[in-house]
Design a protein around this ligand. Sequence first.
Ligand code: DGY
Length: 325
Amino acid sequence: MAVPKVFITRPIPEPVLVQIQAECDVDMWHTSAILPPIAEKIPPLDGLMTYGHEPVTAQMFDTSPNLKVVSVVGVGYDHVDEDAVRERGIALGHTPGVLSDTTADMTWALLLAAARNVVPAYNHVQVNKQWHYYDPNILWGYDVHHATIGIVGMGRIGYAVAKRALAFDMKVLYYKRERRPDWEEELGIEYAELEHLLKVSDFVTLHVPLTEETTHMIGKDEFELMKPTAILVNIARGPAVDHEALYEALSEGQIAGAALDVTEPEPINTDHPLLDLDNLLIAPHLGSATIQTRMKMVTMAMENLFAGLKGERLPYGVLQPRGVS
Ligand code: DGY
């Protein structure tokens, strides 16, 4: 059998790359002349590993009729046209589970940083060299302990965020399409309708997949419901929050602050007005970015890739190869 042709959309760690190169003819963006996959076309390939969120579209499959597998390095696959993949019998894999705790940790890093002015403190002392005497009246933040957190989207990551909230003696509310009475009982958390959750929460964190229903699910009306002292954390997908409404809410004091790990678009334009707000903290999509987790993700994606190329069952499959259950 010919050596399968594979394209990887971002550089991956050498030890995993070497294993893929041992079995495949690999091109990788940044280290090859090939362009990133664009919506219209990709070269004829047997396997595509997407590390990042470029759209993977039906038109691309037309230029690569032998494509057997799309292996996503990440849990979310909203950038892949799932119907087109299904229709063509292409296998689709992702890396669930392994990044839930890591992303929950980052949610808390953002929440605590926003609540306790960690970035303004850094700017004050190290960037602007303004710490000339102890001033008890600067950079007052908000208590996290004993506050109410509203978790929107209660999947694996939401669950891990809730567990951490209990250590801060917080009241935990969650909103999800289907209630989880088992988790309510296990963790002592409460289900709330979205409207109520937004009204009463001191911190609102988003962990929803990107769907039609969740696109701009937090917009003008929702910000109007929130407390003026509330802080919003979005670590899900950028389009879950309407950025124009967010700008208005932050600049007019409808809410106290926000922290985003994801934006719309990504990267956010460098002249976007949100970047000038000092009550907003933006990270460049770091949810799963730890050494341990990213290595596990890339390894899982490699296993999916190999299985898909052989027409075998993907260990972490969303869609299995045609004829494989
Ligand atoms: C995920 O796993 O979905 C992260 O957002 C990285 O893509």
